[in-house]
Design a protein around this ligand. Structure first.
Ligand SMILES: CC(C)(COP(=O)(O)OP(=O)(O)OC[C@H]1O[C@@H](n2cnc3c(N)ncnc32)[C@H](O)[C@@H]1OP(=O)(O)O)[C@@H](O)C(=O)NCCC(=O)NCCS
Length: 156
């Protein structure tokens, strides 16, 4: 796949903004596309309780990616989900979304950020490592299919 980094190819330069209710159908499409398995109710709960850290990436009016997080404690930000539509992957959109949500966590007082990722999801791990996340813990059989999770942490 041809790839360009964040800010490179103009066709892939997204506007990052807060999720709005009208985005829900597109969010569900992304969920189906990348196998998130989340429900509309869960997304609406995030929208209700954590609107500042529920972001979408938009290109030409189309929602192409999402970053969802929350603050489990006053000093920690948790990235709950990061996803980019398949046709838009590899062009810096995931990196832009992650940078944006980390900036917001910082602004909201978080001193560190954590996330969990499937041990087999090398692509996402590479992104997280390149943004300064390090493995904090490994939880065997974390996911319902038995796969282990890496817990990764970054000091903000
Ligand atoms: C993980 C994901 C969000 C990354 O988004 P993206 O927009 O494709 O990523 P970016 O283009 O910003 O790339 C950022 C980094 O990811 C890695 N990466 C991206 N595409 C890659 C590829 N095809 N192969 C290997 N690494 C890749 C690289 O480290 C890249 O940095 P670089 O461009 O400086 O080399 C996206 O692939 C996705 O939605 N995957 C499915 C859902 C998922 O696994 N989410 C994460 C777990 S919750």
């Amino acid at each position: 796949m041809e790839r360009s980094s964040c800010g490179g190819d103009r066709r892939f330069r997204p506007v990052i903004r807060q999720f709005e209710i009208k985005d829900l159908p597109e969010l569900m499409e992304i969920d189906r596309e990348v196998g998130g398995g989340y429900s509309p109710e869960l997304f609406m709960t995030f929208h209700e309780y954590h609107p500042q850290t529920m972001l979408v990436a938009e290109i030409d009016g189309k929602v192409v990616g999402v970053a969802i997080g929350f603050k489990p404690t006053p000093f920690e930000g948790r990235v709950f989900w990061l996803a980019v539509r398949q046709a838009y992957q590899g062009h810096g959109i995931g990196r832009s979304l992650l940078s944006a949500i980390l900036r917001i966590f910082s602004r909201l007082g978080a001193l560190s950020a954590t996330l969990e990722v499937r041990i087999g999801n090398r692509r996402a791990q590479k992104l997280y490592a390149s943004m300064g996340f390090v493995v904090d813990n490994v939880i065997p059989t974390y996911y319902s299919d038995g796969e282990a999770a890496l817990i990764m942490r970054k000091v903000l």
